[in-house]
Design a protein around this ligand. Structure first.
Ligand SMILES: [Zn+2]
Length: 342
């Protein structure tokens, strides 16, 4: 079994081979163990919510497969590693997304399946990466099924998606599915500082809001709109906790400033309620999506029935945005619905 020696990590435990990997140690260990014992599968799926480092894992795995260093894969220094790091390796093929929903075009998948039979340019393997494959169609999966069931020995396939359940059982049974996992507070902090975010107050604020999800923490710290949206969502929660109907109406009105903000508001509120349910059911979850303290307060205050009712309300309200109901009307209706449920 090959392990990293200490020289490959900095003092914060960040892997240093050209890639910065702050978390996902379990996934990395699984891949290293498989590779070390020569039992690397031909197909992988990294799954988990966006921001948890799935694409970095795909890159790590590509390097692991093609690295020329015999002792310490992936070295980050050999020719294949350097090409993968700069997204220019001819045998690492990223499937292109197509259309508004970001699916994959059937024609492209057919071409790609045929291409997989052609020998690699440089090394021993060809790697096909299907990143963000949440919107891959059933038909598209069936196109890929044959090549995934009986791949040529030089072909490897890597999928990333938010969950496993979008895939057909026939595909799932052929892939090694590995979850991407939330980072610790300290790992988030290190990643934020490495990303050039030095304001301690801001670091604390984004970790409180998106703790565990390094991608979301960095996005939020760089985007004032996200922080504003988080502040609005917190006000909505506080109004719910204090059962203040007027404050709730106002907070929701502020939060629903445009369609995009409205969607993300209901998404964040749903996550908070989900975490409140987890908290109440005694699961000391690492997966606290947004603001642990608020989730705990809400979980301590309302029954699970009420929390589930609120999740339903947020779902219905999101659907109303899709149906072009005016945002002030949606905030008024949501307020009324919540108060009827409390
Ligand atoms: Zn290498």
């Amino acid at each position: 079994m090959k392990r990293y020696n200490d020289g490959d990590k900095n003092s914060h435990g960040v892997i240093m081979n050209g890639l910065k990997i702050y978390s996902n140690q379990n996934a990395i260990d699984t891949l290293l163990n498989m590779s070390g014992s020569g039992r690397l599968s031909h197909s992988f799926l990294f799954y988990g919510e966006s921001g948890l480092g799935k694409k970095t894992l795909a890159k790590f795995l590509s390097m692991l497969i093609l690295c020329e260093d015999r002792q310490n894969k992936p070295c980050g220094k050999c020719n294949p590693c350097i090409k993968i790091l700069s997204n220019s390796h001819p045998d690492v093929i990223l499937a292109q997304h197509y259309g508004k929903r970001g699916g994959f075009e059937d024609r492209m998948l057919k071409e790609l399946s045929l291409d997989a039979y052609v020998k690699p340019n440089d090394g021993q393997f060809k790697i096909y990466i299907f990143a963000d494959s949440d919107n891959i169609s059933i038909k598209g999966q069936n196109i890929l099924l044959k090549i995934i069931e009986e791949p040529p020995p030089h072909a490897k396939f890597i999928f990333t998606a938010s969950g496993k359940d979008i895939f057909l059982p026939t595909i799932l049974s052929r892939v090694t599915a590995i979850p991407a996992q939330p980072a610790t507070r300290e790992q988030c902090r290190t990643a934020l500082i490495d990303a050039g975010i030095t304001d301690e107050g801001l670091i604390d604020e984004v970790i409180n809001a998106f703790g565990g999800n390094i991608g979301k923490c960095i996005d939020a710290a760089r985007n004032e709109d996200i922080m504003k949206a988080v502040a609005n969502v917190k006000n909505v929660c506080k109004a719910i906790i204090s059962r203040n109907e007027y404050a709730l109406q106002k907070a929701l009105f502020d939060a629903l400033s445009d369609r995009a903000a409205a969607f993300s508001t209901f998404q964040m509120l749903t996550l908070i309620m989900r975490d409140a349910i987890l908290y109440q059911s005694g699961a000391n979850s690492q997966v606290m999506g947004i603001d642990r303290t608020l989730s705990e307060q809400i979980g301590g205050k309302f029954t699970i029935d009420v929390l589930i009712a609120m999740i339903d309300i947020f779902k219905n309200s999101s659907a109303l945005i899709d149906r072009n109901m005016s945002l002030p009307l949606i905030s008024a209706k949501t307020t009324a619905d919540i108060f009827a449920a409390l």
